[in-house]
Design a protein around this ligand. Structure first.
Ligand code: IPM
Ligand code: MN
Length: 362
């Protein structure tokens, strides 16, 4: 198994509490992060110090390092983490698949017990969507996926045996703990109470009877504590259809790590593209820093062209402020992005231009 050991919680007395770590990363990461920080600073002034970490494909290629423990410890001592995107181009043979994913992104999510991977989706007026007119006419699309972030098929519970022979065996076992499922399901219900009071569980309990059984039973048990919250269940395959044909049925979706990964890419696509999809990896107890990142990747093909849409990162800054207990400041950013989308839609603008416009509007 991968070493997912939790490291000791940060002391609340630490003198680095008001520092935010920034990992601009690769490709368009640094470009969108610069705009995110521009908008964030326009709202919070100099309330926070920022500590930059050069991590990602370039660092690995130059030094062979992914995320040294000493640097993980530095991240741990800060209040929150902002991540742009990491990863080399898909065809880049010099960067083997999995190194950065497991060694950097998932290492942070696991080490800091970021069990709530929060991914909101909203269809803004004026945004191009592949949804059919008859679907859009039904009403606003506004839901959030609460994706489990530390377990499931991502846990690294597997191995390859008799490698390279005809008898090779490869396993990848989904790990689901009662504790892990309960805490994320509970978060979904609490979140629904602050929204439109509906939670949909997405799984595949007709086939994955073990993991699905635990999720389903936990969901029903927690649901009983929230009698005012409507519940719904969809198998993952049906959920992918509903997201396209009836996205208005969703308020809060709760699901496991891999189903959530897939569903949130689809959610981004149906609501105007992942250029607008923000996300938060939250440690719900506050023992460790949470991490805020756009859902999109490093897009090396457009890096340096200054055409990346920074609005997903900017919206992630709103999620960060919400998490830091500044909901009014978060709303200022959301409102400025709403207005920017209303005015400019998906018009092609320079990355900096978008950041400047939103920063001056907050
Ligand atoms: C995401 C990404 C990651 C994931 C990868 C890069 C490890 O696809 O944040 O959705 O699968 O969680
Ligand atoms: Mn993904």
């Amino acid at each position: 198994m991968t070493d997912n050991t939790l490291i000791a919680p940060a002391s609340s007395q630490g003198n680095h509490r008001e520092t935010i770590s920034v990992i601009p990363g690769d490709g368009i990461g640094p470009e969108v992060v610069a705009e995110g920080l521009k908008v964030l600073k326009a709202v919070v002034g100099d309330d926070y110090d920022f500590e930059f970490h050069k991590l990602g494909a370039d660092r690995w290629k130059a030094t062979g390092e992914v995320l040294p423990d000493s640097e993980l410890e530095e991240l741990r001592q800060t209040r929150a983490i902002i991540l742009g995107a990491v990863g080399a181009a898909p065809g880049d043979k010099t960067m083997p698949s999995g190194i950065l994913e497991r060694g950097l992104l998932l290492k942070i999510r696991f080490a800091f017990d970021q069990y709530i991977n929060l991914r909101p989706s909203k269809l803004y007026p004026g945004v191009h969507t592949p949804l059919a007119d008859w679907v859009v006419e039904r009403g606003p699309v506004d839901f959030v996926v609460v994706r489990e972030g530390t377990e499931g098929l991502y846990a690294g519970n597997g191995g390859r045996f008799r490698k390279g022979t005809h008898h090779e065996v490869a396993t990848e076992v989904s790990l689901n703990t009662a504790y892990g499922v309960e805490r994320v399901v509970r978060d979904a219900f609490e979140r629904a109470q602050r929204r439109r009071n509906k939670v949909t569980l997405v799984h595949k309990h007709n086939v994955l009877v073990n993991a699905g059984g635990l999720w389903n039973e936990t969901f029903n048990r927690i649901a009983a504590e929230f009698p005012n919250v409507e519940t719904d269940y969809l198998h993952i395959d049906a959920a992918t259809i509903m997201l396209v044909q009836d996205p208005q049925r969703f308020d809060v979706i709760v699901t496991d790590n891999l189903f959530g990964d897939i569903l949130t890419d689809e959610a981004g696509a149906v609501t105007g593209g992942i250029g607008l999809s923000a996300s938060a990896n939250i440690n719900g107890t506050g023992e460790f820093p949470s991490m805020f990142e756009p859902v999109h990747g490093s897009a090396p093909d457009i890096a340096g062209k200054h055409i990346a849409d920074p609005r997903a990162t900017i919206l992630s800054m709103a999620m960060l402020l919400d998490h830091l207990g500044r909901p009014e400041d978060a709303k200022r950013i959301e409102k400025a992005v709403d207005d920017d989308i209303a005015k400019h839609g998906m018009e092609q603008r320079h990355t900096e231009q978008v950041g400047d416009a939103i920063a001056s509007a907050v």
